[in-house]
Design a protein around this ligand. Structure first.
Ligand code: G1P
Length: 277
């Protein structure tokens, strides 16, 4: 059973400055809830309740969010506002939260390797909280956990993106197993459109087997001089098996203003208005 989920949250969020100057990008709210809380809810829905954050300088607000605020609780005790904290209180009761710091920003592969101390020797989920995902009937991570049980290897979530946008993503190529499943044979981090093997982009949801840690250790820096998880996964695919999964649902890139506004409108129409009426 997969119990642990890693949230690499050390990044500076430079695409969202100045909003992220003094505030972690993962705390940006979509409506009334921070992005990172959506991610943790998705993990819990998939049964992953041991939550690990690979954090960094200036990210204290994330720790505070997943902790009790006694002063605040005291202040609103017995008022109608108490119910606004129900969701986060439930998460705090259901989960354990662990934190470790990435000292130098050396890329997503390095961030995941930093989380080894929390994960140990078991398969685990990875959520990039600025990719906000809504599964069709079940969450994207829950869909992936089911696939893991079937294949027992690393799984990456993918979606088709416009060819012009491939340079923002890890791109996969492989043999189709079925409509939604691809056995990965090649992966390239942020290729130029003319060099991209496909338009199947990895989005921020992964299930990784723990051998990935030693693979990352011996993976040299790649694109932008950073240790890329995409490069480590390619080696795992070549030596064993990595499955790419075209998930059922929607994903919003909340790391930029367009995706963030789209997500906000989607949540307002599909979640908030339904909740309010
Ligand atoms: C990271 C990964 C990339 C992946 C993307 C998904 O890039 O390196 O392979 O496609 O997340 O959001 P980042 O967006 O952090 O630059």
């Amino acid at each position: 059973m997969i119990k642990k989920c890693l949230f690499p949250v050390a990044g500076y969020g430079t695409r969202f400055l100045p909003a992220t100057k003094a505030m972690p990008k993962e705390i940006l709210p979509v409506l009334d809830k921070p992005l990172v809380q959506y991610g943790v809810e998705e993990a819990v829905e998939a049964g992953l309740t041991d939550i690990g954050f690979v954090t960094g300088r200036g990210k204290r607000a994330i720790e505070d969010h997943f902790d009790v605020s006694y002063e605040l609780e005291h202040q609103i005790e017995g008022t109608g506002k108490e119910k606004m904290l129900e969701g986060i209180r439930r998460l705090i009761n259901q989960c354990t939260f662990s934190y470790t710091r990435q000292i130098n920003m050396r890329g997503l592969g390095d961030a995941i390797l930093t989380g080894r101390t929390i994960i140990g020797d078991e398969p685990f989920g990875v959520v990039l909280a600025d990719d906000l995902c809504f599964g069709d009937s079940e969450g994207v991570l829950a869909q992936m956990v089911r696939l893991y049980r079937q294949f027992r290897c690393s799984i990456v979530a993918i979606q088709e993106v416009p060819h012009a946008n491939v340079s923002s993503y890890g791109i996969v190529e492989g043999e189709a197993i079925s409509d939604r499943l691809v056995r990965v044979t090649n992966m390239v981090e942020k290729p130029k459109p003319e060099d991209a093997p496909s338009n199947l982009a990895i989005i921020g949801r992964y299930i990784l087997t723990p051998d990935i840690f030693s693979i990352i250790e011996s993976t040299p820096p790649g694109k932008n001089g950073e240790v890329q998880i995409t490069d480590a996964l390619l080696r795992q695919a070549q030596d064993g098996c990595v499955i790419a999964y075209r998930f059922r649902g929607r994903r919003f890139d909340c790391g930029n203003v367009d995706g963030y506004v789209e997500a906000t409108n989607y949540c307002y129409e599909n979640i908030y208005r339904k909740r309010s009426c």
